[in-house]
Design a protein around this ligand. Structure first.
Ligand code: THU
Length: 131
């Protein structure tokens, strides 16, 4: 897949929202902007916790916000970190695959070096109930 000009717009929005990441333990802010098939955009950041496993990644924050507002199908997600390229962890890949295996996933080390894959490429043979 090819990153396009809308991905750049979304990457900028993700960067603008990075300061809302709550990551006092890792000090690794992550920010995502998710786009539903409705066209609506949902932001998400990582939210850590003193009980470490209770923390949540930016991608799942964004998708949880969206699903809880009624959106079930997703077009793309763009991810930014404070330093360098950050791709979704395995749990986030599985979480997103539940809803939209063919959505576009975009990340990169800066706005001029974005890369894009389909989620299916990032999670081959993923597990999903066909409902
Ligand atoms: N993190 C994300 O938010 N998204 C990812 O896909 C990778 C990891 C967060 C989790 C944790 O708060 C921090 O980055 C360091 O692992």
């Amino acid at each position: 897949m090819i990153a396009d000009s809308y991905d750049k717009v979304l990457f900028k929005k993700a960067l603008d929202n990075l300061s809302n990441a709550y990551c006092p333990y890792s000090e690794f802010p992550v920010s995502a902007v998710l786009v539903g098939e409705s066209g609506k955009e949902y932001t998400g950041v990582n939210i850590e916790n003193a009980a470490y496993p209770a923390g949540i990644c930016a991608e799942r924050t964004a998708m949880s916000k969206a699903v809880s507002e009624g959106e079930r199908n997703f077009e793309r997600i763009v991810i930014a970190t404070a330093n360098g390229e950050g791709w979704p962890c395995g749990i986030c890949r599985q979480f997103m695959y539940e809803f939209s295996p063919d959505m576009k996933v975009v990340a990169g080390k800066n706005i001029d070096n974005l890369k894009a894959y389909s989620l299916r490429e990032l999670l081959p043979e993923g597990f999903r109930l066909e409902v």
